[in-house]
Design a protein. Sequence first.
Length: 176
Amino acid sequence: VAVRIEMDDRVKEALRLCLEQGVPVLENTKPELDRLSGEAVHQGIVLQIPPYEYADATALALDALAKHEKGHLRTPPLLIALDGITAGAAARVPVAQAGNLNTTLVDLHKAGYFVLGLDGGGDVSLPGLALATEPLVLVVGAEGKGLSRMVREHCQQIVSIPIDSTMESLNASMAV
């Protein structure tokens, strides 16, 4: 039980939720909270969680392909590969990590995936793309940077999304 901290409604609610969920609570000093939060603004509460454990990208992709080939998936697998983007929704969607994205893209293409890069300067505009019937890896680059040169070279097709001339670009999540 926290006894030396300022107990406003926000802190009481956080402690109640921790108790209900069995999350261990440790009362600490402000300097220690500053250290734990990396000097970020913490408002008196810091949650320390273990590092996210990513699945292997190739294993995840091959598993999806096998499920599709056995008829366990109604539609071909669609994977999104992120080139230089942090995945903020990692706790909500299945996320895997590739040690080397270029090698992974080559392996997935050999396994039967079509690797499609999404870039403003694409060879074909999205409405003209006709690939929705095969397993697909959609590669998206970082906002402002786009696809890296090597990743671009490992895509079988580069496609662009037409946007209004007043817009500079789409952010990665909107493009996907």
